[in-house]
Design a protein around this ligand. Structure first.
Ligand code: CA
Length: 227
């Protein structure tokens, strides 16, 4: 497995240990030691995965993670020593894909990196099978080769549903994930985004019922398997 991995970690020894391990397994690691320039760096270099420490000088990992989610779905693994303070679920609610608690073995980190990248790759392949292609770097979605021209919110919504096919999300869960800054949005906001999303999908393929309503619960992505 290959890929560019950004390590954001303010303990240089730990960062270089992780970098050495990742290199040994075929990855290309890059290290940043402070939180301040991460967003810029990610926009410029578009890494394949980010290992993001929670406690950092200048900006903390949570804030950075939320900000990255505004423009990119790049896989993020949070690294935290604050096991008690941070609700593990919260780590996932801010849009991270996985988390690792300190102290950890570098071998475990490599295993997690590989698992997350494998999962992402499988999702991409699945999505392409259904005629849907999501370009996470550019926030663009294509159905059967036609661009859907989605807003950032619609893209995030479709991406979340599509990367977890079959999983039912209620409106609150969707709001938490789509609006990481917890802006005040109502249930109806989600419904209206879903409606627009469906309209755009159906404009290209009237038979593509890929976003399904689950009565009284929420929404799910139909993975296209015939029952
Ligand atoms: Ca730290």
């Amino acid at each position: 497995m290959t890929g560019n991995i950004l390590i954001v970690e303010d303990e240089p020894k730990l960062a270089s240990l992780l970098a050495d391990y990742l290199k040994a397994y075929g990855f290309t690691p890059f290290c940043l030691y402070r939180g301040g320039r991460v967003i810029e760096w990610v926009k410029e270099h578009q890494p394949d995965l980010i290992l993001l420490d929670l406690m950092l000088p200048e900006r903390d990992g949570m804030e950075i993670c939320r900000d990255i989610r505004k423009f990119s779905a790049v896989p993020i693994i949070m690294i935290t020593a604050k096991v008690e303070e941070i609700d593990r679920v919260l780590g996932l609610e801010i849009g991270a894909d996985d988390y690792i608690c300190k102290p950890f073995s570098p071998r475990e980190v490599v295993a997690r990196v590989r698992a997350v990248l494998r999962r992402v790759k499988e999702h991409k392949e699945n999505l392409q099978l259904q005629g849907l292609t999501l370009d996470e770097d550019k926030y663009k979605a294509y159905l059967k080769g036609h661009e859907l021209e989605l807003t950032a919110v619609e893209f995030r919504l479709l991406h979340l549903l599509a990367t977890n096919p079959g999983r039912i999300y209620n409106r609150q869960q969707l709001m938490n994930r789509i609006y990481p800054d917890q802006r005040n949005v109502s249930d109806r906001t989600i419904d209206s985004h879903i409606k627009k999303l469906r309209r755009k999908i159906e404009a290209i393929d009237p038979d593509a019922k890929i976003i399904q309503s689950v009565y009284g619960v929420g929404y799910k992505f139909e993975n296209g398997e015939k029952k």
